[in-house]
Design a protein around this ligand. Structure first.
Ligand code: XMP
Length: 519
């Protein structure tokens, strides 16, 4: 373990949809953080490197007989603890407080908290006496345990921030990790630096050198293959491995025919010419269209695309001799998600297919150099490796590509129509300096035709749906509010230039209740 990672803040995940954001907030402060399940916490033997513990929110309730918990001994180790939402309720319960579930007193969304007392946890947090925060709870502490004080409250709940300074245990009923809570980062700053006394030691530039060294030591003279999609993650992985072992890396790029217009050739050219990566190109378009023919069900489509990709990838990999490792762009959120899903705390909405998709049968060892990083950290890593912003700042693109953006049955003709519309949309975003303000934007083709009139003739063509969202990590998202003039321009441009579309609509739902992709 590198010296930079010795001091850490542990985050215990009770299944909140926003636990990852806690880890991010701590990392943004330059402190290493790790998310683990309550079960994993019981297996820890050495607490020396743990400078603080955050208990996340979650769907469990301490008002029932059985509830998610932690071993009680953790509370008495002198390690500072911060409970968030469910975490606060759990602390109160474990110390003998009273918690009630009340439909009338529930708080969802924006709430205003009022400062009551001074505390290290809220230094510089309240600029005024009142502050807007984001709440999501029905249970609330109604009686504080002995030794605890109320630091702030709302009109509905008396104990919105609590503390026990002797034990260095704190709790907030709201979610400081979400951006809707004004100045929420200050809570983490106070907890991490003033209360846990950690130092800033998590630094991406240093990590980059460490990773390259680790890859070199691990791989030695063996060969590595890498599934390169041309997205940020796989490109950064390829550059890292390339820096470490150069000629022993073989990248495989599979053209599924489901990429954006010109995307495949464009990224191949950059990665090959600028970075001199050893890339093997595979054109598999016809297989994908053949296998997807008449498939309408989104999950079936995802499975077909995922399986076919692996099959082709495996076939190509077998042609390369002496390969021992498969490098892939697994990110930290994927690791957190797979942990919590085994604990069945979060429900699966879609089966995500990541390029590479763990072909276990291949007998290859996995090389996952990004598995401790968040997406924005990967972008920084990419920049520091000299990766062009055309790739490092690219919007996320799903593994199944346009296959899940042509809604319903996929045909080559529909993909072509969609590529043209999407190309216009994305180009206009770039030209208007909006691309980098948006987390993800794309066009989709709906499986309905409607009537229109162009010139003096009746048309009967497809509907193009535009989607643009702002988000921090794709877990939650708000639709982007375009100026009306921009939307007008895009609509006209698509209708005038794309044969096959006679109506354009803009999706104004957020996630939740919708998801970012339509399928
Ligand atoms: P949803 O639609 O679940 O998407 O709100 C959240 C984020 O995940 C991306 N996405 C995928 N990424 N393989 C991927 O690598 C997939 O199968 C996949 N499906 C969705 C989506 O584009 C968004 O950024």
């Amino acid at each position: 373990m590198s010296p930079q990672k010795k001091d850490k803040i542990l985050i215990i995940d009770f299944g909140s949809q926003v636990t990852k954001l806690i880890a991010r907030r701590v990392r943004e402060l330059g402190v290493y953080s790790e998310v683990i399940t309550p079960k994993e916490l019981s297996f820890i033997k050495d607490y020396k490197s743990i400078k603080g513990i955050v208990l996340s929110g979650g769907p469990s309730t301490v008002t029932k007989k059985k509830f998610q918990t932690i071993p009680k001994k953790i509370l008495f180790k002198g390690i500072p603890i911060l409970g968030i939402c469910y975490g606060l309720q759990l602390i109160a319960k474990l110390f003998g407080g009273k918690i009630k579930s009340s439909f009338k007193k529930r708080e969802f969304g924006r709430a205003f908290i009022l400062k009551k007392k001074k505390s290290d946890l809220i230094k510089n947090f309240f600029k005024k006496k009142e502050k807007a925060v984001w709440m999501s709870h029905q249970d609330a502490v109604v009686k504080l345990p002995k030794g605890f004080k109320a630091i702030a409250s709302t009109s509905e709940s008396k104990f919105t921030i609590i503390e026990n300074t002797n034990k260095k245990i704190y709790g907030v009923q709201f979610h400081p990790e979400v951006t809707h809570s004004e100045n929420g980062k200050q809570i983490f700053k106070n907890f991490v630096f003033s209360i846990c006394k950690t130092k800033k030691m998590w630094n991406i530039e240093y990590q980059k050198l460490e990773i390259i060294k680790e890859i070199r030591n691990l791989v030695k003279k063996d060969k590595v293959i890498c599934a390169l999609s041309g997205g940020v993650d796989s490109s950064v992985v390829a550059l890292l491995v390339n820096k470490a072992i150069r000629k022993n890396l073989v990248c495989i790029m599979v053209d599924t025919g489901l990429m954006r217009k010109n995307e495949f050739k464009h990224t191949y050219d950059i990665l090959k010419k600028k970075y001199r990566l050893n890339i093997k190109l595979v054109n598999a378009e016809k297989f994908f269209f053949k296998k997807l023919k008449n498939t309408i069900n989104p999950e079936k489509k995802r499975k077909i695309i995922g399986k076919l990709f692996i099959k082709i990838f495996e076939k190509e990999a077998r042609k390369i001799k002496n390969v021992k490792f498969l490098a892939q762009g697994t990110l930290y959120p994927d690791i957190i998600e797979s942990k919590s899903s085994t604990g069945s705390l979060t429900s699966k909405i879609k089966s995500h297919h990541n390029v590479g998709g763990l072909p276990k049968k291949m007998n290859l060892k996995l090389l996952e150099p990004l598995k401790e990083f968040f997406k924005d950290e990967v972008r920084i890593l990419g920049n520091s490796l000299g990766l062009t912003k055309n790739i490092s700042m690219k919007h996320p693109f799903p593994g199944p590509g346009l296959g899940i953006r042509v809604i319903g049955n996929i045909t080559k003709e529909k993909i072509k129509i969609l590529q043209e519309a999407d190309h216009i949309f994305i180009n206009e975003l770039v030209k208007s300096n909006l691309y980098n303000k948006i987390w993800q934007a794309y066009a989709a083709l709906l499986p309905v035709k409607t009537v229109g009139v162009m010139g003096d003739s009746r048309t009967y063509e497809y509907i193009c749906l535009l989607r643009a969202v702002i988000s921090e990590d794709g877990m939650t998202a708000d639709y982007y509010h375009f100026p009306k003039s921009f939307i007008d321009k895009i609509s006209t441009k698509i209708i005038n230039n794309v044969n096959g579309i006679n109506r354009v609509v803009y999706d104004i739902t957020s996630k939740p209740p919708s998801t970012i992709e339509l399928e």
